[in-house]
Design a protein around this ligand. Structure first.
Ligand code: ADP
Length: 369
């Protein structure tokens, strides 16, 4: 998040807390000045519901306790006595019960929302791991078969050549089988690469800003857990792109998770993630994901997009390979930029839809005229 956004958010939070305090003071005054049979204190539930969106869990509990204390306090300050005192006591008890129940239910709901958010991230990770696991298994199976055949033919060839006298004709036939099987293995690799590139996406006219915002939502819990701050700049009024929102969401989530993981060993306070979405050039929407991690070594730069190249103990080395294949199948490009101040920067572009491309060009032409 940029400094500007941080100070704007802080300003909004301070204004919210001030509003809470004013509301509490107003209810306290009204409760003290009105007669004891009027249960004004019940309105403290509004304060608690507001506090929920402004304060952390402990803050909400604190506000609920203050509201309950103010209810009791104003009961003693209200200048009416006699038989009305018992009515006031009943009203105060009802108000305090309402405050307690509201705080309890509101906090329970917030906890449930947090758990649901967590589950969504887990699901996104699981689907990433699952699809990669399936892909790895199928690649291993397809390649293992010709490899096993090559070993069999190789042993046969060796036997025919060791024969006395050597049986050259059969040896040569075994060699030919080895060449055929090796070609088959390389054909399998080519087919898989083609498959990844041509995986039929479900295209629609979509707003990359929405996909980026959803991807951020999916990874927000992970960012908070790892103490990562986000600088998010999404240009307003972006032209639509033709894309499969699920696939492009996977690409952004993959880049965000890689960035978060890369900053694991950085000192807290220096884990900053940047996500920019903008029109970089007419007809192209660009997404940039940058981090303040250790950056890319020369070897990483060379091998980053190789299938199965990973430096993580539990990595698959397929995330970037698949991401690049997805972006290219959308007619876009995915690359890394030399980072100016350390860390790694990944960018990808997607072409805007034909209709928006025309509008985009017209806008540029209007500007030039
Ligand atoms: P995986 O995440 O399973 O390792 P990827 O293809 O997504 O597979 O990434 C391959 C490798 O590229 C990672 O293991 C890591 O070494 C490197 N890498 C990816 N993103 C970053 C980044 N933001 N900073 C530094 N290294 C990165």
């Amino acid at each position: 998040m940029s400094l500007d956004q941080v100070s704007r958010r802080r300003g909004r939070a301070q204004a919210g807390v001030l509003l809470l305090a004013l509301l509490m003071a107003a209810i306290f005054l009204a409760d003290t000045l009105t007669r004891l049979e009027v249960a004004m204190a019940v309105f403290y539930v509004v304060v608690i519901l507001l506090a929920l969106s402004l304060l952390p869990r402990r803050g909400v509990i604190g506000v609920a306790l203050i509201c309950a204390a103010l209810t009791v306090f104003s009961l003693f300050l209200t200048p009416e006595g006699g038989s009305l005192r018992s009515v006031g006591l009943v009203n105060a008890a009802i108000s305090i019960a309402a405050i307690g129940i509201t705080a309890y239910l509101a906090l329970k709901r917030a906890a449930a929302e947090e758990a649901a958010q967590e589950a969504r991230v887990q699901l996104a990770r699981l689907s990433r791991v699952q699809s990669m696991g399936e892909l790895t298994a199928s690649i291993a199976h397809e390649i293992n078969q010709p490899l096993a055949a090559i070993v069999t033919s190789g042993s046969a060839c060796q036997r025919w050549l060791e024969h006395d006298p050597p049986n050259l004709e059969r040896g040569l036939r075994a060699l030919q089988r080895m060449i055929d099987d090796a070609n088959r293995a390389s054909e399998v690799v080519k087919r898989i690469r083609r498959l990844l590139r041509n995986a039929e996406p479900r295209m629609a006219s979509v707003d990359l800003a929405d996909i980026a915002a959803e991807s951020v939502d999916m990874t927000r819990g992970e960012m908070q857990r790892r103490g990562v701050t986000l600088n998010e700049r999404i240009q307003e009024g972006l032209p639509a792109v033709r894309a499969d929102p699920v696939q492009i969401g996977q690409v952004i989530i993959n880049l965000l998770l890689n960035a978060i993981e890369a900053m694991r060993d950085m000192p807290s306070g220096e884990r900053r993630l940047t996500l920019w979405v903008s029109v970089a050039e007419p007809g192209q929407v660009q997404v940039v994901v940058a981090d303040t991690g250790p950056g890319l070594s020369p070897q990483a730069r060379e091998r980053l997009f190789d299938a199965f190249w990973t430096t993580k103990p539990d990595g698959t080395g397929l995330g970037l390979t698949i991401s690049r294949a997805i972006v290219e199948s959308h007619g876009g490009r995915l690359w890394t930029e030399p980072a100016k101040r350390g860390g790694a920067t990944f960018c990808f572009t997607l072409p805007v839809t034909a209709k928006d491309a025309v509008a985009d060009k017209d806008a540029v032409a209007d500007k030039d005229a």
